[in-house]
Design a protein around this ligand. Structure first.
Ligand code: SAH
Length: 254
């Protein structure tokens, strides 16, 4: 019998974000692999084994899951948000490409989840209502110079920018540097959204401007959306503001 591997997105937070497809894939698995706190979000099922590993061991985790599936088991690897966005799906593909022929023959499926930028955007209006891009600010897997180049290009081209992995203990200065760079290209009044732990009990959301933004507003669980010149804020009495990027872009800002 050939094995089966599902790479499953759990969404950003509580079970309300889990798709029916993801729920079914998790229930059908004999073994679950993932970062401990993500595995803790999956309800326990008798007879299902769990293999927790550290967040930085993505390649090793992918290889372990593939080995297990190649023995004939039904295995699920879990990711927060969507597995294809800065997460396990690419790690699994990298291992398959580099791995033995038997891994190429495995039945592998990718089950999408709601990624953090969509969950943050939905809390505040429609900041991603027009052209946008997503970047990871982590320089663990790419040089910082490349990140700077992409930030410059994205801001100058008028994209709204979703920033994943803005800071960590090992990367304290990068976000401050990125904000400085964005200020070269964008007006000080450009809206910036900091969305932290969206969909979890410790969720926190704030809207500020590029001028007022600083790196202490973000931690590892924060997703930042940097507006474009087109992005607007609607102040509402007694309610939190709405932030949106209109569907029509002006020639001036193109
Ligand atoms: N695969 C995940 C992203 C993994 S990278 C996804 O699709 O969402 C980890 C980064 O995602 C964090 O540093 C943070 O920027 C963002 N993130 C993940 N969950 C989040 C949440 N609930 N709220 C805000 N940002 C989140």
């Amino acid at each position: 019998m050939s094995g089966h591997l599902a790479v499953v997105g759990l969404g950003p937070g509580d079970a309300g974000y889990l798709t029916q497809e993801a729920k079914a894939a998790l229930a059908a698995a004999d073994a679950l692999y993932g970062y401990g706190p993500y595995l803790d979000r999956v309800p326990a099922r008798a007879g299902q084994s769990r293999h927790a590993s550290d967040n930085r061991e993505e390649r090793a985790r992918a290889a372990a899951a593939l080995r297990h599936a190649a023995q004939g088991a039904r295995v699920a690897v879990v990711s927060g948000g969507d597995p294809g966005v800065f997460a396990m799906a690419a790690a699994v593909c990298e291992e398959i490409e580099a791995g033995p022929e038997s891994w190429h023959a495995l039945d592998v499926v990718f089950v999408p989840g709601i990624t953090a930028m969509l969950a943050v955007a939905a809390r505040i209006g429609a900041p991603l209502g027009h052209d946008f891009c997503a970047m990871s600010l982590s320089d663990n897997l790419k040089p910082w110079e490349l990140i700077e180049r992409r930030l410059d290009a994205a801001a100058a081209a008028g994209f709204v920018i979703a920033l994943y992995n803005p800071v960590s203990k090992a990367r304290p200065w990068q976000l401050g540097n990125a904000i400085e760079r964005l200020r070269v290209h964008l007006p000080g009044a450009t809206p910036i959204i900091f969305g932290r732990a969206v969909g979890r009990t410790d969720e926190r959301l704030s809207v500020t401007t590029l001028d007022a933004a600083d790196r202490t507003q973000a931690d590892m669980a924060t997703l930042i959306i940097v507006g474009s010149r087109e992005t607007r804020v609607i102040a509402r009495r007694g309610r939190s503001p709405l932030v949106y990027t209109p569907r029509a872009a002006s020639k001036v800002n193109a």
